[in-house]
Each structure stands twice: as structure tokens, then as C-alpha cells.
Design a protein around this ligand. Structure first.
Ligand SMILES: Cc1cc2nc3c(=O)[nH]c(=O)nc-3n(C[C@H](O)[C@H](O)[C@H](O)COP(=O)(O)OP(=O)(O)OC[C@H]3O[C@@H](n4cnc5c(N)ncnc54)[C@H](O)[C@@H]3O)c2cc1C
Length: 422
């Protein structure tokens, strides 16, 4: 029987492991709870009507159709029996492994306020993106319908909590939508009066960037009509709005971009983890007490050169490559590769049309040129010619026409206070 490699998670790390194992003498089973690989860096563009879901996600089965050595299973993993060397699915089914790769990513963390999730959804999956898009578009529609001026202003208030790249990118486009694109389409509502709030507990936005780029981004957002509130923790959040500094800000659309927590892999593996739930791994990305189990990407706490490796896509892909190389060397009876070393590819974030920030070591870029570089880099990292073409054309269309095309409200809303719509 061939060596059995089971990979849980077809995100950046898991998929890269499978791609890196091409030609290896083993049987690979790739398990994911969804049928698609998702390019999360552009998820906020689906949430804010710039791109369609199919532009940034690809069926896993189709991606691997030419790999006869790979079996793709749609299933949710709920445990690992390390003694029997089996992965346990929610259905109770068990999948045996000789080598296990766990790459199940991260989910939102509400820092003990889990009840906030219903009213302040985070952005992690395509469903999250379409939920946010639906709520945002419905808020504009309801503002047009209502006669109550206070309610209209609450409907036109969009609060994004957390000012990392995702929060900044979201408010940039929401402001553009409200202040530049929609005014011509609404008759009873002046959408230019929409309040777009970026609320951050820390002292500045984009804390992973240098102070000067962070200041530039805050200024660029303010000029675009975004109210940037740093040093203001949100203390309450429900369907009526958010509480900041003891005062309620009525807002019908709140989005959570403030924190992530690793997937539950540490519980399945009974492994040591850090405060964010990331499994602590060796310098070959395996459990310290079991070299047959790799933990990668956002699920793992990885150190490189004495520094914490960030939870970003290039890090996950590099870890997938490293795991594949290590497995290949074992299968071929060769010495293990050198320990994992992370190569930082820089920090990038867009602020809106014609404005972005890029930082790579001491190199810094901002403004329209950074925006073009950001766009080209993201197109390059998409999978396949179709996506590259469609995304390029969508962006070109938005750039030339000033119209965002993915603005259909297609599903019923399921918010507790909106049951009347069902
Ligand atoms: C909104 C957003 C924007 C981002 N922007 C950027 C950016 O601009 N640049 C950048 O470098 N990084 C960005 N990131 C971070 C980057 O996307 C992650 O670091 C990267 O996706 C991590 O890869 P991963 O393989 O560890 O996990 P993921 O890509 O999240 O993949 C995990 C996979 O595991 C599957 N899975 C989870 N649990 C189970 C289970 N129980 N059973 C079966 N399958 C399971 C999931 O369905 C998923 O397919 C962003 C993330 C988000 C959410």
C-alpha cells in the first residue's frame, strides 16, 4: 500500500502542499468543508460589490482534476484520533493517514463577546461577504423607503470595527459607494450624508505599517469622507448600533474586522497552542512530539529568525511548500531540507480608488502608483487566465464607468430584527 497523506484544508497552505507533492509516490486525500479554494485577500471586494463570488473562488475538484493521485472530499473534520492515525469527519467517517497536514486556517475572534457576531459579522468566507453586501445594500434601500429621519441616518451609518488592512479596505470602498456612486441613483435619500466609521481601539490604523504610511492612510480616508476613530474601543454592539466612549452610535450595519482566532485544530490534536489558539510547531512545521503531523498557515504558531511569522497568504504558501519538500524527502529517503525560513513579501493595503500603501523593508510607496502595483500583484496571484481576465476587466470597467457591477440583492436576510422580510 502506498503512503497515505491526508491534508485538511484547501486554503493557501493545504493546496500548496498538495501542489508541491506532484510526482510523489503517495496517495493524497484533501478534505475541505467547502468545495472551493478562496482568495481571501479580495473578499472585501465581493462584500463591497466590486467583484462577483466566482471571480475569487475556484472549485477544488476542478483545480486538481489532472492529479490522479489526489482524492478530494467535501467534509467537515471534527477530530483526529492520533492513536489510530485517523481523521474523524462530522459524519463519523474515519480517514486513515500515515502523514497528516492540518491547514484549517483561522476564524473571527470576538474577544469573549461572541454574541456580537450576529450583528457585526466578520469577513472570512464567501457567505460572510455576501451577507455583508446584502446588509449594506438593504440599508441603502431601507433608507430610501423610511420617512423617519433618525432611522434613515442610522441606516446610512456604516461602522467597521478594526483598522487593519481589511477594515481600511472595506471603509475605502463603502465611502466611495455612498459618496460617489450611489447619489445619482437615489431620489429621496442623499447617500452623500452616509457616515462611514472606522473604529480602532489602538492608537493608529494599519499598525503593521510604518507610522508615516499609517498617517497617510488615515489622511486619505478622511479626505474620502471616512470618520477615522483611533483609541476608541467599542464596548457594546447590537442591532441598534455600537457604544463608543459610553455613547450609542446608531448604526444598522456593523462589520467586524478586529481579530482572528486559529481553527480548533489544537483541540483535535491535544497540542500546545499560543493565546490565539495557534498550534506551536517545530522548525519543520510538525508537532514537536509527532513528525508525522504538520500544522500550517493561520492554524500554526511559526517562528522564523526569532520572529513570529504573520498570518498572511505568502507565509501559508511557503509553509505548504516546505511541508511538501519535507514529505518528499522522507518518501525518497533523502535528508530533510533546512528548517523553515519565512521570506517576507511586504505589506500591501488599498485605501480606495487611486490610493494604496506598500512597504517592503525600508522601501515605502503610497498613492496612485502603489494602487496600480497592488492591483497588478493581486491579479498575478489569482488562479488561472479566466479569473485574471475577469477581475482585470471588472476593475477596468469600474475605473472607467464609476459603476460597481456586483450589486444584486439575491438572498433573504436572516437578521433577527428583519424577520418581516422573510
Ligand atoms: C478578509 C481577509 C483579507 C485578507 N487579506 C490578505 C492580504 O491582503 N494579504 C495576505 O497575504 N493575506 C491576507 N489575508 C490572510 C490570508 O488570507 C490568510 O493568512 C491565509 O488564507 C491563510 O491560509 P491557510 O491555508 O492557513 O488558511 P485558509 O486559506 O483560511 O484555508 C483554510 C481552509 O480550511 C478549511 N477548513 C477549516 N476548518 C475546516 C474543517 N473543520 N474541516 C474541513 N475543512 C476546514 C476552510 O474551508 C479553508 O478552505 C486575509 C484574510 C482575510 C480573512
Amino acid at each position: 500500500m502506498k503512503h497515505r497523506v491526508v491534508v485538511i484544508g484547501a486554503g493557501f497552505a493545504g493546496l500548496q502542499t498538495v501542489l508541491g507533492l506532484k510526482g510523489a509516490d503517495c496517495d493524497i486525500t484533501l478534505i475541505d468543508q467547502r468545495n472551493h479554494h478562496l482568495f481571501q485577500p479580495l473578499l472585501y471586494q465581493v462584500a463591497t460589490t466590486l467583484l462577483a463570488t466566482s471571480d475569487i473562488a475556484w472549485p477544488i475538484r476542478a483545480l486538481l482534476r489532472d492529479r490522479r493521485d489526489v482524492t478530494t472530499l467535501l467534509g467537515t473534520v471534527e477530530g483526529v484520533d492520533r492513536g489510530a492515525r485517523e481523521v474523524i469527519l462530522r459524519t463519523g467517517q474515519r480517514i486513515a493517514y500515515d502523514t497528516l497536514v492540518v491547514a484549517t486556517g483561522a476564524r473571527h475572534a470576538y474577544f469573549g463577546k461572541d454574541a456580537w457576531e450576529a450583528d457585526a459579522p466578520g469577513l472570512k468566507t464567501l457567505e460572510d461577504a455576501t451577507t455583508i453586501r446584502r446588509r449594506m445594500l438593504l440599508a441603502f434601500e431601507r433608507a430610501e423607503l423610511t420617512e423617519d429621519m433618525a432611522e434613515r441616518q442610522a441606516l446610512l451609518t456604516f461602522a467597521v470595527i478594526g483598522a487593519g488592512p481589511t477594515g481600511v479596505e472595506l471603509v475605502g470602498i463603502i465611502a466611495e459607494l455612498a459618496h460617489r456612486i450611489l447619489p445619482r441613483e437615489f431620489r429621496r435619500t442623499d447617500t452623500r450624508k452616509a457616515r462611514v466609521l472606522l473604529i480602532e481601539a489602538g492608537p493608529r490604523i494599519l499598525p503593521a505599517f510604518s507610522e508615516s504610511l499609517s498617517q497617510y492612510a488615515a489622511g486619505a480616508l478622511t479626505r474620502r469622507g471616512v470618520q477615522v476613530m483611533t483609541g476608541h474601543p467599542v464596548t457594546e454592539c447590537d442591532s441598534t448600533g455600537i457604544v463608543v466612549d459610553g455613547a450609542l452610535i446608531p448604526a444598522r450595519t456593523t462589520i467586524w474586522a478586529a481579530g482572528v482566532q486559529a481553527s480548533r485544530a489544537k483541540d483535535w490534536l491535544g497540542a500546545e497552542a499560543d493565546r490565539a489558539g495557534r498550534v506551536i510547531v517545530s522548525d519543520h512545521l510538525t508537532l514537536p512530539d509527532d513528525p508525522a503531523i504538520f500544522v500550517l498557515g493561520d492554524t500554526a504558531h511559526v517562528m522564523s529568525g526569532g520572529k513570529d511569522v504573520p498570518g498572511v497568504a505568502p507565509a501559508a504558501k511557503q509553509q505548504g511548500n516546505h511541508a511538501a519538500r519535507t514529505i518528499l524527502s522522507r518518501l525518497r529517503g533523502k535528508p530533510a531540507p533546512a528548517p523553515f525560513r519565512y521570506r517576507h513579501m511586504g505589506n500591501l493595503a488599498t485605501i480606495g480608488r487611486n490610493a494604496a500603501v506598500i512597504e517592503y523593508g525600508r522601501f515605502r510607496m503610497r498613492g496612485w502608483l502603489a494602487w496600480w502595483v497592488w492591483g497588478i500583484a493581486h491579479i498575478y496571484f489569482l488562479i488561472g487566465a479566466r479569473s485574471r481576465l475577469f477581475v482585470s476587466l471588472s476593475w477596468l470597467w469600474v475605473f472607467l464607468s464609476g459603476q460597481n457591477s456586483a450589486r444584486l440583492i439575491t438572498q433573504k436576510e436572516t437578521l433577527k430584527d428583519e424577520k418581516q422580510d422573510k
